[in-house]
Write a protein that binds this ligand. Sequence first.
Ligand SMILES: Nc1ncnc2c1ncn2[C@@H]1O[C@H](COP(=O)(O)OP(=O)(O)O)[C@@H](O)[C@H]1O
Ligand SMILES: [Mg+2]
Length: 271
Amino acid sequence: MNNTQNFIKTKEYKRFAEFCDACMKYKYIGICYGLPGVGKTLSSRYYANWDVIEKQIAHKTGKKIGDDADEQILKARTIFYTAPSVKATKMSSDIDTIGGRMGMVKAIYKINTQGDEEEYYPLGSYEDIDLIIIDEIDRLKLQHLEQLRDIYDKNNIAMIFIGMPGMEKRLARYPQLFSRIGFAHEFDNLSKDETHHILEYKWGELGLSIKLEDFSDYEAITSIIKITNGNFRLIQRLFTQIDRILEINGLDMITTEVVEAARDSLVLGIK
Ligand SMILES: Nc1ncnc2c1ncn2[C@@H]1O[C@H](COP(=O)(O)OP(=O)(O)O)[C@@H](O)[C@H]1O
Ligand SMILES: [Mg+2]
């Protein structure tokens, strides 16, 4: 996501956030599945405030750990982690390290702002953590999931696995883990109405420089809704192409023809 693009709290995001809250409340393992591009990764990062937290716990040359922290670190209770596509054997220690750094930055921030060293020192990596979200769970082989089960069993926390539809069937082949799954949640596409609403009123938040007046007619909007079928990533891609086509042809109106030309230039199996 670039700087000018904002996160939109869609209905699907709100449903997802409720699912996360419920997993946390019952300390369950939850699975969340949905098609690529619907917004699973962005929603998880938003829920965990990860764009902020990731920066505050990062190693930076020439800076001491905790130098960049602000009070947001004190509220951080969720780890967001993307399953690696290779070398998944080190996953446990990677997640431990993230948890450890969050605890350390919290403690340092408290010491720096409130004093009193001893009292604030964190005891373990997951001391102050309620939830770990693991994205791209489909990448993991069954034997690597064992590491996640181990973290779950040893700590009093919730976990959420994010993946593609069908992952629950794969996980079912691993009964030790599957039996611990408490909730399943489907992350759906945007509805037609909501896509409409976003296209009409939330251009700016999507980082697009297009306005409602740029559409020649309602049909052009309708065709965008049809082509993208409520998939966020497709909306973004389609608009990149629309922008390009307007520029190349020196046009300033989005007509149905422009939308269709944009669709045809997308390298995607969409109709
Ligand atoms: N809530 C949102 N607000 C704004 N843009 C979004 C939102 N959700 C998704 N997007 C857009 O859609 C793209 C795909 O989202 P992403 O979370 O990567 O999908 P997934 O993980 O389900 O494949 C993002 O890069 C972003 O451009
Ligand atoms: Mg994703």
